[in-house]
Design a protein around this ligand. Structure first.
Ligand SMILES: [Zn+2]
Length: 477
């Protein structure tokens, strides 16, 4: 079989490999098919081969970012919740909008969301997909991700949106209930993810469990067992988002008590996890994902990634929802780092602070790969790993001079500096533009579908939903 090659010439490479103590200056990277073949100075182009050569002089190359927690379907609601509380989000978004999505809405949301992530250098995502209102919704969600060409794990959501928007009691009589969902998850696994191996499939299959407080402890364990039986590669669940008994010790402790912890588990948020839960996380090899923007906005506590990392847990960052903020991953890194420095009131009488910029970049790359159990194939730049790369062009008024390349990426570069993005050896963004995307028609789809959803939501009577969520939150807070 003929191979394809990409040769990147003369870049500053931030490999994130522990063995590379310093930056790799003036390095070439040779990509063969899907993988990194070599990193060295002055690599000659493969002879008689079809090679794309890119002059990367003055560019900084990092591994692709890994987003460990994202509800891709909410892309059509970009910015809707910028001033909303967690209560507002649960009551006025989750109980209404999820019910209003058609399968086509889900397709365009997931497709556009994945492209937006790629545009921002996020090459791998865990999609916590809790908008599956029918079998067609599930198919559309998978197709949107596959069409965009992003790497990741699609996590089939067992959460039921109320069939009647705003009426949570309507879930009780829903046709597409938990039994139907389990059956459909088996179908989706079989039809779309016959090969669920990360080395051969760009997109793999996982499960997003129901919200733990909505079920009994036994039901949560049963759902976890069922997810493992159907071959989920990862199983994700929201956990410990409030400082109350409702969410403390809810998921991790429950699974630990039932002896069900394992490295296939990915817990999102978790700021209020107990010490015993943190220990269970560490010994099991399960991961935790902090989403700084949404956690800080919505009272979900301070991002737990630093504490978790200090205690030897797998920990990474996620974007969560674009109904809050955009997909700028550098912004999440800065927020995660600076809030921790502020919390620790680091007034050391040394020049350098304790929490390092390189450490937060690691969380955003190799740390994410570790949480998603993919560190053998992505997360750092080294021969043999998949070629998921971000090239920052840093020669503009906002980035010159480049004194500390890691600092430039995290603190000075913005998405506009992301010139080229490569996923699995394929160029998906070049010269600052996504490749092969009909943006005009996609923009029209996103705009019109978003407007229709918001118009429909405005008609929903929220009286009962507000009563229900007010009571729940007053009890929970
Ligand atoms: Zn979430």
């Amino acid at each position: 079989m003929a191979h394809s090659y990409i040769l990147l010439k003369g870049a500053t490479v931030i490999s994130m490999e522990a063995s590379d103590q310093s930056l790799l200056e003036q390095r070439d990277i040779l990509i063969e098919d899907e993988s990194i073949k070599a990193i060295d100075r002055d690599i000659p182009p493969p002879s008689d081969k079809d090679t794309i050569t890119i002059d990367a002089t003055g560019y900084i190359i990092t591994p692709g970012f890994v987003d460990g927690h994202h509800h891709m379907w909410q892309h059509l609601l970009r910015g809707l919740t910028v001033d909303w509380s967690l209560y507002g989000y649960c009551c006025h978004l989750r109980s209404v909008f999820g019910s209003l999505y058609t399968p086509d809405d889900v397709y365009f949301a997931n497709y556009a969301a994945a492209l937006s992530l790629l545009n921002n250098g996020v090459t791998t995502v865990l999609d916590h997909c809790h908008v599956i209102n029918s079998t067609a919704h599930a198919d559309a969600a998978v197709k949107g991700l596959k069409d965009a060409g992003i790497r990741g794990t699609f996590c089939y959501g067992f959460y039921q949106n109320p069939p009647v928007p705003g009426d949570m009691t309507s879930t009780a009589t829903a046709e597409f209930g938990i039994a139907a969902r389990l059956e459909d998850a088996v179908r989706v696994r079989r039809e779309h993810f016959a090969d669920n191996d990360i080395n051969r499939s760009l997109l793999t299959f996982g499960v997003a469990l129901n919200e733990p407080p909505l079920q009994s402890r036994e039901e949560n364990v049963k759902e976890l067992d069922a997810s493992r039986e159907l071959g989920a590669r990862l199983i994700t669940v929201h956990t410990s988002v409030m400082p109350s008994d409702i969410t403390r010790g809810e998921a991790i402790q429950n699974f630990s008590d039932a002896k069900r912890m394992g490295p296939d588990l990915v817990f999102s948020h978790g700021a209020y996890m107990t010490e015993s839960e943190m220990a269970a996380l560490q010994t099991s090899g399960a991961g935790v994902v902090s989403t700084p923007d949404t956690e800080l906005q919505m009272g979900m506590g301070y991002p737990v990634v630093w504490k978790a990392g200090d205690q030897g847990c797998r920990a990474c960052l996620g974007l969560d929802i674009t109904s809050n903020q955009g997909n700028d991953f550098m912004a999440q890194m800065r927020l995660a780092l600076q809030i921790q420095r502020a919390r620790e009131l680091d007034r050391t009488v040394n020049r350098d602070l304790r929490r390092k910029t390189a450490d937060v970049l690691r969380m955003a790359t190799l740390g994410g790969a570790e949480v998603m159990q993919m560190e053998s194939s992505i997360g750092s730049i080294t021969p043999g790993k998949k070629a998921d790369l971000v090239m920052f062009r840093c020669d503009d008024i906002d980035t010159v001079p480049v004194v500390d390349p890691i600092g430039t990426v995290v603190f000075h570069a913005s998405p506009k500096n992301i010139d080229t993005v490569i996923v699995n050896g394929k160029i998906v963004k070049r010269d600052g533009q996504l490749v092969g995307v009909d943006w005009g028609s996609l923009r029209d789809q996103v705009t019109s579908r978003s407007q229709r959803l918001r118009d429909d939501a405005a008609e929903v009577d929220m009286t009962n939903a507000e009563l229900l969520f007010t009571a729940a939150f007053e009890k929970g807070m």
